[in-house]
Design a protein around this ligand. Structure first.
Ligand SMILES: *Cc1c(COP(=O)(O)O)cnc(C)c1O
Length: 434
């Protein structure tokens, strides 16, 4: 039931007057699903409350960072202590070193790491290092993978492999994306063709190993193996954008998941964000020592940030890393994601609704299809109407899934069996409406 005065609606109207679309990041506006965005007033554990004081089970968790749930006591304490020591100095601190060491311990393919404030900055900078280190201009990205909103990455496929990409945003001149080659995810034949044509000019290939920006689509093992082989053969760097998957699907991140199937597998560079900041603006990029030594002040690749390695953000990230490094953390989290997906599968089957889902660690996705999609074009065949009915049905029942069909879902350590059971019970009702 909507209350007589809908505070969410009031705030949305007020917001739209002063903030474009009423939001500071587009997906929050509910444009894909319609309706009024929920303005969050507070959050605790697995829940948040909107401006009408209605409670939701939160499967977004700030789009990934809140892996411990909201307001974890150890993290709150670390942040409170840090704040008392000062907000920002613009000079190095011990905590930055500690966090860098903790990140390298979790993701050992990196020898060095630099801290920044957003995933956008981190992936943009990783590509700059790759271009600087190889002295090559071009790079590959895949359709449906998101690497932040820097100019060269807002691009869709051109016509044919000989032509490079077209901008997906106004304000990005075509010249700026002329070195970006956009390929189909999981298409080995096209990948081989692209390397045969452009391999010697490629600085890097950047990929979301488990794509979370087209819901949840894994790179197949043979496809990932081929990415690694072709990069090595042609001297291009393999850059893993693990802003979403990093320390989310496993402590060792998605690269550790692929290393289980591909012995010795490692990317050359890794981009991190979201979980490593525990909800504060913090991201990172890193890789092999000789690559990271290209960066200023050691080398000639320039990159900088006033708030990079911010003392409050690093305190939040470190406290989060300490909790998620405890034995058994990812096993428990992974079991919850699996329990949710299998519960939803059961509810959909009972209602005769086509459904399939997948998960890894604390990240999951589901589709109104009989089988898992392999690329963006297939994901986008989802019936919008049915997805929106599902989304709003769940929202009405106090369950907050992503307000767009091309986004992943996130489990936290704070979600309980009861939360999952309540979610499945709500879904059983909603699937009957589809
Ligand atoms: C969220 C995300 C980014 C962008 O990070 P921001 O902090 O929003 O700039 C980049 N890559 C991937 C894979 C992401 O999920």
């Amino acid at each position: 039931m909507q209350p007589v005065t809908d505070r969410n609606l009031q705030l949305f109207e007020r917001a739209q007057n002063v903030i474009p679309g009423g939001v500071n990041s587009p997906v929050r506006a509910f444009k894909a699903v319609g309706g009024t965005p929920r303005f969050v007033s507070r959050a605790q554990g697995a829940y948040f409350w909107d401006a009408n004081n209605k409670r939701y089970i939160d499967y977004i968790g700030s789009w990934g960072p809140m892996i411990l749930g909201h307001g974890h006591p150890a993290v709150v304490q670390a942040v409170q202590e840090a704040v008392l020591e000062g907000f920002s100095y613009g000079a190095p601190t011990e905590r930055e070193v500690e966090l860098a060491e903790a990140i390298l311990q979790a993701v050992p393919s990196m020898d060095m790491v630099r801290l920044v404030s957003s995933g956008t900055e981190a992936s943009m900078s990783a590509i700059r290092v790759a271009r600087g280190a190889t002295n090559r201009p071009k790079f590959i990205k895949f359709e449906g993978c998101y690497h932040g909103h820097s100019d060269a990455l807002l691009v869709k496929a051109g016509s044919g492999l000989a032509t490079f990409g077209n901008p997906t945003s106004s304000g990005v001149p075509p010249e700026v994306v002329q070195h970006t080659l956009v390929l189909e995810y999981n298409n080995v034949a096209q990948l081989e063709e692209a390397f045969a044509l452009h391999g010697k000019e490629l600085a890097c290939l950047i990929i979301e190993p488990i794509a979370g920006n087209m819901n949840f689509v894994r790179a197949s093992v043979p496809f990932m193996k081929r990415c690694r082989e072709l990069c090595s053969e042609y001297g291009a760097l393999l850059v893993f954008d693990e802003v979403m998957t990093g320390l989310r699907v496993a402590l060792g991140s998605a690269q550790s998941v692929y290393a289980r199937s591909i012995p010795g597998f490692e990317p050359d560079m890794t981009v991190l964000g979201k979980v490593i900041g525990g909800g504060m603006p913090l991201a990172a990029f890193g890789g092999k020592r000789h690559l990271m030594q290209q960066l200023a002040p050691l080398g000639t690749v320039y990159q900088a940030g006033t708030l990079s390695g911010n003392p409050v953000a690093t305190a939040c990230g470190l406290a989060t890393l300490r909790e998620i490094s405890k034995p058994g953390f990812y096993e428990a989290l992974g079991q919850k994601s699996q329990a949710l997906i299998s519960g939803l599968q059961g509810a959909a089957d009972a209602a005769g609704v086509p459904f399939c889902g997948d998960s890894e660690g604390g990240m999951f996705g589901f589709f109104l299809f009989d089988s898992l999609p392999q690329n963006y074009a297939r994901v986008m065949q989802t019936d919008n109407q049915r997805f929106n009915t599902l989304f709003h049905g769940m929202l009405d029942r106090g369950v907050y899934f992503a307000p767009a069909l091309y986004e992943a879902g996130f489990m936290s350590a704070a979600h309980t069996e009861e939360d999952i059971a309540a979610t499945v019970a709500a879904a059983s009702e909603v699937f009957k409406l589809l």
